[in-house]
Design a protein around this ligand. Sequence first.
Ligand code: FO1
Length: 326
Amino acid sequence: MTRPERGDDAPTVAVIAGGVGAARFLRGLVRVVDPSDITAIVNTGDDTVLHGLHVSPDLDTIVYTLAGAIDPERGWGLVDETWSAMRALERYAAIRPAGSTAAPTWFNLGDQDLATHFYRTARLAEGATLTTVTGEIARAWGLGLTVLPMTDDGFRTRIETAEHGTVDFQDYFVRLRHDVAVRAVEFVHDARPTASVLDALGTADVVVIAPSNPLVSVGPVRALPGIDALLRSRRDSVVAISPIVGGAALKGPADRMLAELGHEATAVGVARLYREIAATLVVDDVDAALAGEIEATGIRPRVTATVMADAEVAAALARIVLAAAS
Ligand code: FO1
């Protein structure tokens, strides 16, 4: 791996991030920009509490991916994971009284992954902020970039489904296998962005909106007070990457969710969602024919390969994104 060049003109970059797509982009960006010049601002609307443990899936996906420790098949959790604790829980799940939610086994926490949730939960109980604990976890995994939760306050993404009422995000995503029709997305919070998030988004040379779900990954960050106004005020140096390629999401339910909530499930639909906060939308080669329609929404299209099969493709994408901002 070639080390990124540092120089007076090396840009500082803030990346608004969800989980897998953002993690893959960051894996390329750290090859192009010195990690100490990168700040990832990560969605915490997917966070959940299981077995009394605070689980932050998007933060962990980013940390594990950049540490080279992610399970490449699943895109979440650790590679070479073992599942003894989950198997041991089955004993209690079998005898749990009706109405109890003790010993949930629908959300898989691997034995090594549990250590991260133990540490995070214990440090939060000691009074540390999620920002501080996330910094400690990133340091434990040897990361050079700054990883920030979008807020230190509580924030729950809730999904209104046609068949199961309104449920927490992980109930929708994992328990119901995101295989149910979505009627609405709600953000339940009284949260503020942290000072470090506002500082990173205000001072970075370039802001990138990663190829994450615009509604449930980027949406929570945008729902925090002041974020959209800040992005609008510096729109010219904000570049978004479409997570929709050829009318489909590479991972997860973004395409179906966009359509169900009245948006177009194409790069044009993504352009409409971002045109006020970003000057450029990077779209995949397969969507080249949509460039005119994207331009007509008021955002400048940049067409290139966005499917990050490996870190080299991700690095090439990162170079193009940075060039598009300048
Ligand atoms: N996703 C699943 O589909 N099933 C799981 O059992 C599961 C467990 C899990 C544990 C830790 C973690 O950090 C992520 C986990 N995920 C699981 C992924 C997670 O639900 C999603 O990646 C995000 O919340 C959507 O961005």
